[in-house]
Write a protein that binds this ligand. Sequence first.
Ligand SMILES: Cc1cc2nc3c(=O)[nH]c(=O)nc-3n(C[C@H](O)[C@H](O)[C@H](O)COP(=O)(O)O)c2cc1C
Length: 209
Amino acid sequence: MNVVGISGSPRINGNTSYLIDQALEEIKTFGIDTELVHLSRCKISDCIGCEGCRHTYACVIQDDMQKLYPLLEKADAIIVGSPTYFYDVTALMKAFLDRLYCWEAFDDDDRSVWMSVNEALGGKLAAVISVCEQTRAEDTGHAAMTMQLTLQSLGYRVTDCAEVINLFAKNEAGDNVAAIQQARSLGQKLAKTMLLKNTIRSKYTGPAE
Ligand SMILES: Cc1cc2nc3c(=O)[nH]c(=O)nc-3n(C[C@H](O)[C@H](O)[C@H](O)COP(=O)(O)O)c2cc1C
């Protein structure tokens, strides 16, 4: 089993990456493999709404998303994290989420009938982390919600959504016990849910490979 973390922060060693990494460290203690992707190291163009993916479920834009699609397809779960930029996710994170549009399928004649590829194939898990500087939860705005709703529409069961407040400077998260605890418990819950899924599957269909 493996979990891929996706950081939408332009700061490689910033708070978001640190907290996703803390969640992944917790997950490793359950014997689950992990990997962290920094979107700021990737070239990801905006979705252009060309509908080139309509019947193939594959995006036609040739950039670093073509490396991320197979990584995400293979992952049993993902952790998606973004700093709050003006009450929402960063542009990097939004571009990444929009490019997952190719995994939505629609009835040819009635677009109110739709289903994601993940939903059709079944069983993907996700968790969300948003980070903000201010000390009131409302100052994080829609950041967590943007990630959660998008992932849910893409067929991910979102096990947890941590809205981490009161982190401004690049390295602050490392000294913030409450923030680390939030990330660690998010990781633990995701790992336990993955193991529960395996238990259920093996009872019904035999042990997983
Ligand atoms: C362009 C920009 C917009 C921001 N908007 C908000 C905001 O709306 N609310 C907030 O609490 N913090 C805001 N912040 C602060 C960041 O969310 C905060 O510094 C966060 O810790 C950065 O995470 P990182 O270290 O992972 O990059 C903003 C920062 C920038 C650069």
